[in-house]
Design a protein around this ligand. Sequence first.
Ligand SMILES: [Zn+2]
Length: 435
Amino acid sequence: MTEILPNSGDVRAARERVVNWLDAHRNELASQLMSFVAVPCVTGDEGAVQDAVARVMRDSGWAVDRWEATREEIAPYVLHVGEQERYAGRPNLVAKVLGSGGGRSLMLQGHVDTVSAGDPATWTRNPLGERAGDRIYGRGAVDMKGGIVSMLAARRALQETGIDILGDVLLAATVGEEDGGLGALSTILRGYRADGVIITEPTNRALVIAQGGSLVFRVTVPGKAAHGAARNEGESALEHFVPIFQDLLAWERERNATLSHPLYDHLENKFPISVGLVRAGNWASTVPESLVAEGRLGFLPGESIEEMQRQTEARVAAVASRDPWLREHPPLVEWFGGQFASAEVVADHPLVRTLASAHETTAGTPVTISGVTYGADMRLFTDIGDMPTVMYGGGDVRVAHAADEYIDLDDVVSAAETLAVAICAWCGCDASPSA
Ligand SMILES: [Zn+2]
């Protein structure tokens, strides 16, 4: 279909009605957010909050698909989302809002799970929700129940102001994002597809088109035990690990100096390689007979999991080949835990253009296009679902996971406005009075 610009007549008319609707429903949206924040929903325990989200979906007149991921369906993808302790009682929701036909489809997605509120004594506000003027505090307020309120409000505003949307809109509220993305993956495996996906994570209304990847590795270095008094009879696994560690740091420096990505070049360290755990030996006066080091390696959009694994293994093997002991007793490199792919949508993709101009129309200033270094569900939609995916939402991720997490109602409402305009422009719309 031909591209509908966000400044076309119908979209302009739709936006005006959406703004009025959002204005009139501000307090209702605030209570809705409060009702979501009031239900504890740490990853793994998302059932109760989904009851609240499903209620809002049904009250809007939408049919709701509610299902739980199973161990069997996830098994082939377990490296992508990590092992799960349990699957039961963790429902995902999709409300499918059918369009009148002929337009592109769009999925709006958010995760309902949160990290723990931590020690309540570190909070000055109620972690289960407290409103102070236009600011709503509570665990999950910004990450990302505010985003879920925004996306539901966007579609509902269009519906309740008589704007006819041509394409289908899928509204997905999923579980397990903080722990690898179980719900997003299950949504894809259930067959949900759209011509574009917007994840309403708190990006401060920047348009995120790229996400870095990360791998967790384990290096096991063999040694040979001996009494510390005769240490030359042994082979210290610790001493043999040191050159491997130094080479990883040298590789990090080389990569920073030679590789480049426009969205990441401003970072001090684009490719952090961090060893977070080292365990060696078993007695103070014994030469350590083995060492295990575990760490995380970050990489850029455009680089693949397989390529990064291959290069890491080659670096370690090269160090080993220069050491007589390690040549005969090669260190073992293993990959465990979540292996998170990077993700990227080209900057001139129609989805990026549509959302960028929807933002500009509502905010009055050009959108900031950016990339992030942390993991999120984006990679699952691009890699496994093969759908162009971006992230855009209100609120500041820097207050997420912290005490006194909050989001301002203005951010919820402005994001909803942009999303509504984007739905109109992407899916096509008719704002004529007869519609
Ligand atoms: Zn999040």
